[in-house]
Design a protein around this ligand. Sequence first.
Ligand code: ZN
Length: 563
Amino acid sequence: MKKMLTCGVIAAAVSVGFAAQAQSAKPAPKLVVVISIDQFSANLYAQHRAEFTGGLKQLSGGIVYPNGYQSHAFTETCPGHSTLLTGKHPNKTGISANDWYDKTTGKTVYCLADPSVTLADDPKGRAVSPANMVATTYGDWLKAVSPKSRVFGVSGKDRGAITMSGHVADGQFWYQPGFGFTTYVRPGQTAEERLKPVAAFNAKLAADLKKQPFVWDYARSPLDAVSGGGSAKRCKALEADYETGGRKWRAALPIPAATNEADKRRDLYASPYTDQVTLELATALREAYGLGDGPQIDVLTISLSATDFIGHRYGTRGPEMCDQIARLDDRLGVFLKSLEKVKGGVLVALSADHGGADMAERLHDEGYDYERVIGKPWIAKLNAQVRAQLGLSWDPLNAEGGLDQIYVVGPDRKAVSDVERARITAAALPLINSDPAVAGAFDSNAIFTLAPAPADASPEELSLAERLRRSAYPGRVGDILVAFRPDRVPATAGPTYVSTHGSPWDYDRRVPILFWWKGAAPHERVLPLDTVDIAPTIAAVTGVKPPADIDGKCRSLVYGQGC
Ligand SMILES: [Zn+2]
């Protein structure tokens, strides 16, 4: 009897579910919009979801995967963005971290560094291009079969604009404080021609800012008078005093005004202003090029950086982030409204490059046993131990890019022989693994030869070594890969830096994944989805064939209909 009852309940649930989902119309987009909110963890999404009234509410009314995963280990911006539209993990996009150490030159390399190009705004600035990314994106696949399709990428950061839009995009623009939106210039091109699509927009941006400087105070919505304060009241209630890295400060808006131009620019960059202007540029480009208005499919990728800037500088659960999320929700609503003018169908996907945790001090005050691991003394002690043990005259372990990826180097800070590398690594690993703050340390050579996790393995059940394998690109990733315990954070607080991400733990890996189109019936899907599944899913909807060697697979957007 009990068994029969259970079956009856399941049958009823299935038929109700089917009835609701059958209303979903199949998406048939002429414009694909993919949005990444930098550092938008699944926790942040869950914490604020009930408060959304704007764009995030609209997108949450479609297909919602609250448990999306950046399933690799080194959850930083460049690798995370590289998974979103390539269908590949960072060990196949080549983007193992934001920076890696080049042992042949003895120099740290930025993930997108390309000395063969220059920056349009500053010929002496850090030049970047898609060259280091060894995978192609959805936009690249689309343009290969549909040359008339246009692909544009915009962001507050170069790595947010370039990694999502790929190798043959029509425009990749990111915000450069004090200049406006910039891009890179290849040999034979001029900065003027490369900036043409954003020149008028940049001029207006500068004029507007001069006329009315952006002041970051609590957002006041017209509804506040009716609702009794709205987000302003809710966010202000989070004001409190903190001490991080020996610095006493008050979490409150507005922040104390900067006294010089450089600091003013820095503060503006790490404010909701960056997302506001990024979304305004997205709208301007959409309208200027008529993206989605023609017979072909066009692509617009948008990476919104302010949540990440604000998370690093103020933590994730203070009044600053509260206000940022409220404004982001509002601005996304304005942007989505502007897409109602698109002549063809629109498919919007939203996710994040990684999650993030709050600052260790606030977590500690809440009763969690969180502590910082301070980098310089940690690596100095380890180097001293290895030197003594092996009788070396130099520090053989280089952790300039962070304690999680350590490079074995010689006295000249460059590569050593394979034998010497093995000897130094063998001495260091037991020392690192005996540190109670460490969850596990591995030789990357052992990680490369590890059998990959099965393609259908749930991202939440991967072992630490399997997560690391998805990050480990040979020649770029460190020699010794270190995972600290989830409550031991290898991040030193600074004057404008309090919290971080980058770990192999779920607070940094879990991100929401949302799909929305007009006619989508709301559907919550609670099992994990990997961010590498986003590109093949969009490809299937738009009839584009992804490369055979991608990691992700297509997921059915319309209930019961398959890909
Ligand atoms: Zn990021």
